[in-house]
Ligand binder design. Structure first.
Ligand SMILES: *[C@@H]1O[C@H](CO)[C@@H](O)[C@H](O)[C@H]1NC(C)=O
Ligand SMILES: *[C@@H]1O[C@H](CO)[C@@H](O)[C@H](O)[C@H]1NC(C)=O
Ligand SMILES: *[C@@H]1O[C@H](CO)[C@@H](O)[C@H](O)[C@H]1NC(C)=O
Ligand SMILES: *[C@@H]1O[C@H](CO)[C@@H](O)[C@H](O)[C@H]1NC(C)=O
Ligand SMILES: *[C@@H]1O[C@H](CO)[C@@H](O)[C@H](O)[C@H]1NC(C)=O
Ligand SMILES: *[C@@H]1O[C@H](CO)[C@@H](O)[C@H](O)[C@H]1NC(C)=O
Ligand SMILES: *[C@@H]1O[C@H](CO)[C@@H](O)[C@H](O)[C@H]1NC(C)=O
Ligand SMILES: *[C@@H]1O[C@H](CO)[C@@H](O)[C@H](O)[C@H]1NC(C)=O
Length: 725
């Protein structure tokens, strides 16, 4: 028949004039994409997005029908797809100029357009071409029946078929099996029958010109970035496949590729689909209702600050309900102060003896069962949300599940994984570091997230309507949730389009002190600084925010009110003041000529932290005011002094055994004590109104003989270090 000869003729012609003629050829044929999807899963949505981008004509078969084709992910099945294709092909059977591309859709994306696929199909010079696979499935015993191939993939995969309509029809019209019989076995048997193979002129796409199956081939493919488009390149056959199929166990890898291909993200334009489903909150009559689930599963530093940030979220409080699972600390006060701030406020304490998984199920279930709950926002106590817009921004992104990126300060430790290892644990994806460091910005489909995320209430009542998502085998609760979501085909997204905040470290949080956060200077330096360093400290360097009340006595803000209060509390809690005696077993030699009533930092186990504080926050000031002097920030005498009329009220004139000394006022004149201050004899200069949180810095020997002026009422506290003795 003519129609069979024509493409061959044109093909020979095309070899001579490759450029034009393919257009000419491809214009002669129409390409129709057929796919079977019974539900609009996230994967289907993505498939259609890539199909629309390339202007494919797609016809979806079976939408809304119950799926009876079995669990194709794990066992055989898929016959329903052949049945649906068969009935469609009956109508199209005599359209000789129609080329049918029959593909899966839940786990498949397009990387190229219809022109290209037609061109490659015509080049293949067969009536029907199937996708090829390096692995045989479902019947290994058929291996020997396959024609051998010199190079390329040997076995048939039914996730992608392209062919002329009459020929496709001749194949599928042979179907007389059940919906849950195996489609791939059906096609395989036809292909392996030598006479059918010849008369139906079938072939496999051995070298991935058209179809890339990822199963067993993850190592063969790479992303290839172009200016407008991103493709997948098969490095083994040096081909640019058009259809990329995450068959078998490769869904997560396909999700990774789908974050880029074809126009989801590239270096030139960044994110291509970030605002596709944007939900403009400002256009809504009312803000959606959000249930906030807060989980305090282990002792967590900076918990008061965590709650402050929760209260500071820019979201109407009457639209927020709070559920707190607290397995550790006392949040009684926060609850009492804020129980009426939110629409509702429920606390489950340690006395209920809930496991973490049970508590998380309980929180999620509260939203699931409440039809008015539009979103469930889950947040762990180690997430410091510095962005007050976080909840709004996540809602506007309009995904089923989405988390904001949070990472440890200047570390690569974050709340998501870009890939999974074979046993389901962490593996680093090629783009992980760039996403954490926000060098690639967008909304990313990822296999695992934890600590903080937003889930639509409707998803909890549909795809995730079963309960107990957090309890699965021996997995930790977040891994259980993510595995369940993956298995339900619900995509989890992570956005790094904004700076949302950070994760704090709960490791080595020693809770045997009175004010435990003081010890967090190493583990959580950013939060430590925010809590304990004076608000105007950095202005010392930017705006010369410091004073020189006496010659070479510098005066600058260093501690916050909190730092002062907590250090005093810590010392009073310890309570063993030295009494200001000359005999002192704490120091070398055991004798102090000018003793104070004090407690050494070492006595409360705070010396390492204190020296680090000096290195981090005092050394830079030293360098500024005594330019050219690089302190070693070495000090053995670090202590808090207590002056009070009943015990020791003043200190007689003396030199310090230091190169320079710092002296930080820990409380307020007039409010906490009367009198006090410091006098430098050589200059006949006194400072009588010390300021809480401000430090003096002065040379210790030779020039700066000084005395502590009497405290006349109340108690005065100062923190002192003799630096570089
Ligand atoms: C799809 O069609 C539109 C409208 O005709 C066109 O602007 C666009 O460039 C086409 N896309 C591709 C990838 O060819
Ligand atoms: C398939 O058909 C083409 C013509 O369309 C022909 O050139 C080729 O030889 C046929 N292949 C087989 C294996 O029959
Ligand atoms: C708490 O639950 C665990 C495990 O469910 C159980 O072993 C333990 O006895 C319970 N403790 C209390 C105080 O009920
Ligand atoms: C509560 O937290 C402690 C650790 O602080 C943990 O050992 C304990 O198992 C937790 N209790 C429950 C019920 O999970
Ligand atoms: C926690 O702090 C206490 C009191 O300073 C100390 O005795 C203990 O060794 C510390 N524990 C750890 C694990 O550092
Ligand atoms: C910081 O400086 C500003 C003026 O520069 C002042 O208004 C503010 O009170 C200072 N902050 C503190 C904690 O002293
Ligand atoms: C020290 O200064 C005070 C005023 O501040 C002055 O009255 C006194 O005479 C000065 N003493 C000496 C020795 O200069
Ligand atoms: C000291 O302070 C207390 C309370 O603040 C006050 O009652 C007392 O009168 C003060 N004494 C002097 C000598 O100022």
């Amino acid at each position: 028949p003519k129609s069979l000869q024509l493409p061959m003729l044109l093909f020979s012609f095309a070899r001579l004039y490759p450029f034009y003629s393919y257009n000419f050829v491809t214009q002669k044929y129409k390409l129709l994409v057929l796919t079977v999807a019974t539900e609009e899963t996230d994967g289907f949505h993505r498939f259609m997005q890539t199909a629309h981008y390339f202007n494919y004509t797609v016809k979806v078969l079976g939408m809304g029908e119950p799926w009876k084709g079995g669990d194709v992910g794990r066992s055989i099945g898929g016959g329903q797809k052949v049945r649906l294709l068969k009935s469609t092909m009956e109508i199209l059977a005599d359209q000789e100029d129609l080329v049918i591309l029959f593909v899966d859709s839940y786990d498949l994306i397009f990387a190229g357009g219809p022109e290209e696929i037609l061109r490659k199909f015509l080049q293949a010079n067969h009536k029907v071409v199937f996708a090829a696979d390096g692995l045989i499935w479902p019947d290994k015993r058929l291996t020997d029946k396959y024609p051998s191939v010199r190079s390329g993939k040997r076995f048939l995969n039914s996730g992608g078929i392209i062919g002329y309509a009459p020929y496709i029809n001749r194949i599928v019209s042979q179907w007389n099996l059940h919906d849950n019989d195996d489609d791939q076995l059906f096609y395989t048997k036809i292909y392996l029958d030598p006479s059918q193979r010849e008369t139906l002129n079938m072939s496999l796409d051995h070298k991935c010109q058209i179809f890339q199956n990822l199963n067993g081939a993850v190592d063969e493919v790479l992303l290839k970035f172009g200016t407008d488009r991103v493709r997948v390149r098969n490095t083994m056959y040096d081909s640019l496949p058009v259809v990329v199929h995450g068959n078998g166990n490769t869904k997560i890898y396909l999700n990774y590729l789908g974050n880029y291909v074809p126009n989801a993200w590239n270096y030139e334009h960044g994110c291509g689909h970030c605002d596709d489903d944007f939900l403009d909150l400002s256009q809504l009559q009312e803000y959606p209702n959000v249930l906030v689930g807060v989980f305090i599963e282990q002792p967590t530093p900076f918990l008061p600050e965590f709650f402050q940030r929760l209260l500071a979220l820019d979201y109407p409080k009457d639209k927020l309900k709070l559920f707190v699972h607290n397995n550790v600390s006392h949040i009684q006060r926060f609850w009492e102060e804020n129980r009426n701030v939110f629409n509702s406020f429920k606390v489950v304490g340690p006395e209920e003896n809930l496991s973490q998984g049970e508590a998380r199920n309980m929180g999620m279930d509260l939203c699931r069962k409440d039809a008015s709950c539009d979103y469930y926002f889950s947040i762990d106590s180690d997430v410091m949300l510095t962005n007050r817009q976080t909840v709004k921004l996540l809602i506007e992104q309009n995904r089923k599940i989405i988390g904001p990126l949070v990472a440890r300060h200047s570390k690569l430790w974050s709340n998501f994984w870009g890939a999974l290892s074979l046993d389901g644990y962490y593996a680093r994806s090629e783009d992980y570091v760039d996403i954490v460091q926000r060098k690639r910005v967008g909304v990313w489909n990822i296999p695992f997230m934890a600590h903080v995320y937003l889930i639509k209430g409707s998803v909890l009542r549909n795809e995730l309507k079963e309960r107990n998502y957090f309890v699965l085998e021996k997995l930790d609760p977040d891994m259980a949730l993510c595995r369940n979501a993956r298995e339900m085909g619900v995509f989890m997204y992570l956005t790094n389009r904004h700076d949302f905040g950070r994760l704090i470290s709960t490791a080595s949080y020693n809770i045997s002190h009175y004010n435990n956060d003081l010890w967090q200077i190493f583990e959580n330096p950013v939060d430590w600084k925010e809590k304990y360093i004076h608000q105007n400290y950095t202005q010392i360097f930017t705006e010369n925010y410091l004073e020189e009340p006496c010659p070479d006595v510098f005066w600058f803000p260093v501690f916050s009110e909190k730092a002062c209060d907590e250090i005093v509390e810590e010392m009073e809690h310890y309570g063993s003041w030295s009494g200001g005696k000359h005999e002192d077993t704490r120091i070398a030699g055991g004798y102090e000529t000018v003793p104070t009533d004090d407690i050494h930092m070492k006595q409360i186990g705070f010396d390492k932290e204190w020296l680090h504080f000096i290195r981090e926050f005092i050394s830079p000031v030293t360098l500024k005011v005594f330019s050219g002097y690089y302190t070693k920030a070495y000090a053995v005498m670090n202590f808090v002094v207590k002056y009070t009329p009943g015990r020791q009220a003043y200190l007689r004139p003396h030199h310090d055994s230091s190169t320079f000394t710092i002296n930080i006022a820990l409380n307020n004149k007039n409010a906490d004590f009367l009198g006090g201050g410091c006098r430098f004899h050589r200059y006949n200069c006194s400072i009588e109104s010390p300021r809480k949180g401000w430090s003096f810095m002065h040379p210790g020997r030779l020039t700066h003989l000084h005395e502590g002026l009497p405290t006349t009422n109340g108690t005065r506290y100062i923190a002192v270090s003799f630096i570089d003795p």
